[in-house]
Write a protein that binds this ligand. Sequence first.
Ligand code: ADP
Ligand code: MG
Ligand code: MG
Length: 908
Amino acid sequence: MDKKRVYTFGNGKAEGKADMRNLLGGKGANLAEMNLIGVPVPPGFTITTEVCQEYFDLGRDRVVELLKEDVEAAIKNIETLVNAKFGDVENPLLVSVRSGARASMPGMMDTILNLGLNDEVVEGLIRKTGNDRFVWDSYRRFVQMYGDVVLGMKPVNKEDIDPFEAIIEKVKQEAGVRLDNELSVDNLKDLVKRFKAAVKAQTGCDFPTSAVDQLWGAVMAVFDSWMNERAILYRKMEGIPAEWGTAVNVQAMVFGNMGNTSATGVCFSRDAATGENLFNGEYLINAQGEDVVAGVRTPQQITKIGSQRWAERAGISEEERASKYPSMEEAMPEIYNELNRLQQQLEDHYRDMQDMEFTVQEGKLWFLQTRNGKRTGRAMVKIAMDLLAEGKISEEEAVLRVEPNKLDELLHPVFDKKALLSAKVLTKGLPASPGAATGRIAFFADDAAKMAESGEPIILVRLETSPEDLAGMTVSEGILTARGGMTSHAAVVARGMGKCCVSGAGALHVDYKNRTVEIEGHEFKEGDWISLNGSTGEVYEGKVETRAAEMDADFAKLMDLADKYTKLKVRTNADTPHDAAIARSFGAVGIGLCRTEHMFFEGEKIKAMREMILAENQEDRVKALKKILPYQQDDFKGIFKAMDGFPVTVRLLDPPLHEFVPHDIAGQQAMADQMGVSIQKIQHRVEALCEANPMLGHRGCRLGNTYPEITEMQTRAILGACLELKKEGVKCFPEIMVPLTGILYEFQNQETVIRQAAEKLFEEKGDRIDFKVGTMIEIPRAALTADRIASRAEFFSFGTNDLTQMTFGYSRDDIASFLPVYLEKKILKVDPFQVLDQKGVGKLVRMATENGRAVRPDLKCGICGEHGGEPSSVKFCHRVGLNYVSCSPFRVPIARLAAAQAAIEDKK
Ligand code: ADP
Ligand code: MG
Ligand code: MG
């Protein structure tokens, strides 16, 4: 038998149901389901998403042929149910034609209402309803929507306004009215005439009069809308494949614009912003379709409490509210009661917060859509925990209900809601790192540091940032840049720090010389107040109060649940006691990566480091390193103390030495003066350190193997710190990690140096402590020879940043030049530096883990790249059987939730 392309619904029956959303789209599946559970829905039918694909493969004519018979039968079905006839003049059936994909794509595709009207039918319908205003209002809407969606009546230039809107504006002006519903019947007639003339002028065609022609035109236009720019862009953002296609829903019209006993609205079974279990929504009397969201008139609240809250916010007295802006609960109590009953029924049925559309036609309520509502991160957590407490979902379901990435919103400071009401938005940049921040402007890192000393909050404002600004970024509440995208230095570093950042705000004119910034005509000086919302990209004038993120009871409960089901442990990447403490408060159970390079940078340390680099023999090098040792030991003490009772993996020095010497003349001169040598000598050394390909150069354990005294010093600093802390009763579990191993002997030599240095230290101190020696697996050769390396290494930590770089052969710092094209052409689905490439890099991870454990069954394995905080990568790590993932402190809860979800999905 030929496959079924059309599914009907109506009058309590339906051929589809809720779990058929892949075939019927979300809207179609739920329209069917609502019929089945007794919710009043106008009858109609759904053309499947498969037909959308057929349309793009076979073309319009063939698809009409394939559909014709079924569509005619389905229309008959509607005609019987509503007792009207499609295309008839005296008793016409009007329909809507609506798109509906698998995943909800709100407002992304186009809908046509009131289809079936023409000049004759208009007269017939007026005779039938006696309501010429309603009929002409419906007609002008139809011509407008059909003209826009099917006939392509879009603005010619993007600067132009919509041609129909332009006409409406003009007619309103001529009539001297402000709102659509103030237009007279003659105005509406006039609109239709002018709309049609505009269609003729722009397209050269007459407006189609036959209902059947109109219908096919609309159906094909819905398919076409799947490929319009908005839809393509939205799919790209949400990662929705083009192959899914959209379904088409054709449905008998019900009219909210038939007078004052008619209305249309949208409602939510709970609050989508806060998660509060409170039915809420908006409606408009005598209106149709999207009027509520389109803002043509100000909608009114559905519930009394919602209306009262709204009035309070707007500063309107209860008296005025009750008379001028009554809620539906007050104005149409009977319908409200039914609406309230049905919304509860729908939520109970779907066991999740519902987002619904309804229309009231002359006192009768109809539902037109229901779906699981979109919500903020906070609401997502609260609703899941509430539904669990209400006994509507299980613990496992509650854990699966929360999108890990959405937790991000809960972990950062937010603006005080009251303060935000009076705040003025200056401009918008990219939402580079979430959270809210307010502070005084500083333009330079060192100024920021100085200003911060007085305890004032700082916003660092720059054209863009670079590693030199790090110290300034650290002391700032937020970072604002004029240039750079979501992966610019400022964005990446800020996200790592969990700091608010707005990047690429092009409207900024930064004048470093005068220390001013001009934003849309407003000038700000150093020290002036400014505020940022890193979650939206908005930049506010002046000071806007913020509130610290509160780990509320629901969040804590969710995390407890996550821990109950998870197998994979979550550690953090932290280089300072401060970061370690934050991560612990978010539930990290150890440090998976403590980088040590920053410990060589500040003040005296960089001097000693440079001495070491300039040293001509080992003896001088050792001398220089001795000066660094006490500083490092102190740094380690702070970190181990913050992680009392948990393991800390310390990576030995990793970056190439040239990163520690200055590359500009002034810097070199300063260094020469400091060291008491000639600038030429400095320059020679800098030149000698210069590499054609530093990423593949003298770095990682290659440094440790050529200068074992560095490894020795670091080992003494790490274990020395632990021995001192042991006396204070702090429990340390040090894991010393050799970076960039590719060959067993590279690791083995380092291991020997470490163990010898440790023994020497233990002997000197007359005390000892257990420690592990392991390695990063970040070079493909190390993964390929994991069995050999595991014969000596006690743990593996997959450094998936470098491993991705070397497996793909993509330079992490240069990928921006081709990545967008690769994504565009679908050569790559995602950026492999953000989402672990499971097929390639992941295969190396899996293989190395298995082969390593074959030799050493208790081999501890984890990952410590950016991927450690990315949900799909975390889930992969669970499936591979890693012991832990390690991520930046602010991603710890996200990773914990993803790990729990992986364990639950595994069981199913
Ligand atoms: P979207 O997916 O953008 O929400 P919809 O297809 O849901 O588009 O429709 C747009 C608007 O038209 C909604 O307000 C919807 O409730 C309304 N609508 C759609 N079909 C009908 C109909 N048959 N009768 C009355 N209103 C309808
Ligand atoms: Mg809708
Ligand atoms: Mg590395």
